[in-house]
Design a protein around this ligand. Structure first.
Ligand code: SAH
Length: 230
């Protein structure tokens, strides 16, 4: 199973090229149905939360949460993705360098409630971005190179506030038939990455098979939603 993908690594340059070529089939124009459905589980009735979107792309859900009065922070290596986010959502923004991270910048909505860091997620720390009450991780853990998963998970753990919630979407398919990304991440791996730090519950498994997955040579494709409670 997972062994088939253990040594696969996607260089940053390849992600930038995908954005430049418009090969962004992962982007969900209308947002993710699982976030809509489980928003209450993430927010738990609380207002004015700080929500983190790792490897955010131009996820429209960032606008949803900001419109609900939450503060949104994202991290993404593609500046193009971030500019497309603000222009497609019709949001004016400004850009600033990030003290302490050479070459990084932060694109911030003029209203101040959406801050998107243009840098590698591994450049961030709680000293720069603070800690979060909630995380929406879709297309993030599953996009991280398999060899970097532990580093990614320990960074994410370090960014979680007490009593915070982390919604995580993983994908299940036959990893011998598609090289990824997204990478196949079984439940046993979620447990070994996060299990010592939080409570993990599987909320739902959905059939997400589409033509895109058929073109990859797959015959099934599931999305699995977990909630991690810190
Ligand atoms: N979460 C988004 C995007 C998923 S695709 C969505 O659901 O639509 C994964 C994204 O991660 C790509 O946009 C890619 O440019 C970005 N990325 C890859 N490696 C990264 C890294 N080390 N740091 C920040 N962003 C990264």
């Amino acid at each position: 199973g997972a062994a088939a993908q253990r040594h696969r690594a996607v260089p940053a340059e390849e992600w930038l090229q995908k954005w430049a070529a418009g090969k962004t089939g992962f982007h969900q124009e209308h947002g993710h149905p699982l976030l809509k459905k489980y928003l209450d589980v993430l927010l738990n009735g609380r207002n004015g939360l700080r929500i983190f979107f790792p490897l955010c792309g131009k996820a429209v859900e960032m606008k949803w949460l900001a419109d609900l009065g939450h503060r949104v922070v994202g991290a993404e290596i593609s500046e193009q993705a971030l500019r497309e986010f603000f222009s497609e959502q019709g949001l004016p923004y400004r850009e600033e360098p990030v003290p302490g991270i050479p070459g990084a910048k932060v694109l911030q909505s003029t209203s101040g409630n959406i801050s998107l860091y243009c840098c590698s997620i591994y450049d961030l720390s709680s000293a720069v971005v603070g800690k979060f009450d909630g995380v929406w991780d879709r297309g993030a853990l599953v996009a991280v190179n398999p060899c970097d998963r532990e580093r990614y998970a320990s960074l994410m753990i370090s960014l979680m506030e007490k009593n915070s919630s982390y919604l995580l979407v993983t994908v299940l398919y036959d990893p011998n038939k598609h090289k990824g990304p997204p990478f196949y991440v079984p439940e046993s791996e979620i447990t070994s990455l996060f299990g010592s730090q939080c409570e993990i519950k599987c909320l739902e498994k959905v059939d997400a098979f589409s033509d895109r997955h058929r073109d990859w040579g797959l015959d099934y494709f599931l999305e699995v939603l977990y909630i991690l409670k810190f």
